[in-house]
Ligand binder design. Sequence first.
Ligand code: KIV
Length: 272
Amino acid sequence: MSTQSSEYKRITTKTVLAMKRDGERIAMLTAYDFTTARLLDEAGVDVILVGDSVANVFQGLETTIPVTMDEIIYHTKVVRRAVKRAMLVADMPFMSYQVDIKEAVRNAGRLLKESGAEAVKMEGGQRIVPLIQQLVDIGIPVMGHLGLTPQSIYKFGTYEVRARESAEAKQLLEDAKALDKAGVFGIVLEKIPDALAAKVTRSVTCATIGIGAGAGCDGQVLVTNDMLGMNEQFKPRFVRQYANLSDTMRTAFRSYMSDVKSGKFPSKKESY
Ligand code: KIV
C-alpha cells in the first residue's frame, strides 16, 4: 500500500526512502531565509535544502567556493525556525569536509547541533565513502551530490553537462553505487544525461533527486530563486520558471516610489 507524503507529519530519511519505494516523486527546493522557508513548508515541499547556492543567489558571488561553515549554520538556523514538516538538509561547504575525516565529522556534527539541520549534503564519489560511513554510523544522515558538482568548478572549467562520455558515465554510476552502499539516503544528480540518471535511479536503493537530470529520477530539486524568476541572467534549460518575481518586484518598487514622490502614500487610512 502506498502512503502519500501529504499524510506524513514530518518528512524524515525513512519517508524519503518510502517515497522512493512507493514511486512517489520527491519535491525539493532551496531556502536561505525564514519567510521563503515558511512558504515552502506551508506548500508541502518534502525536502528543503540550505544549499551553498546561497553564494550565487544571496551573496552575489560567482561560485560556491567561498561559502563558510558559519554562513551555512547562520542560514540553516534561520530556515529551521520556519520549517515544521519538511526534511531540512544543509550543504557542507567547500573545504569543510575535504581536509581530513576528523574535521569533516566535527563540521557535520556542528551543522546538526548548532543549526538544526537533519541531514548534510556533500559533493563527491568514492573518495568520500569512508567519511559517509562514519557519519551514518554516528547517526548523521547524508545526501550525496554527483554529476556537475559546483565546488569543483575550477577543475571542470565549465558548468556544462557532465558524464556525456562513457568513461565519466561509468565512473558516475560506480560512485552512485558506492555512496548508496555507504548509506546515503539520497543523491542529487546535477546536469547529467537523463538516460544515465534513470540508470542510476534503477541501480540504487536511495532516492535520486535530479536537477537538469531528466524525469527518471525519484525527485527533483531547483534553486527557489531561479524557479521564481528572480534571476533574469540565469536561464539554463533545466529551470522551469513558475513565476516572474523580477517583474512583479520591479513593478511594486516603481509603484511605491511613484506613490511616495506624488504624496499618494501614505493615505489617511494608512496613518494614525
Ligand atoms: O546548493 C544548492 O542549491 C544545490 C542544489 C542545486 C542541489 O546543491
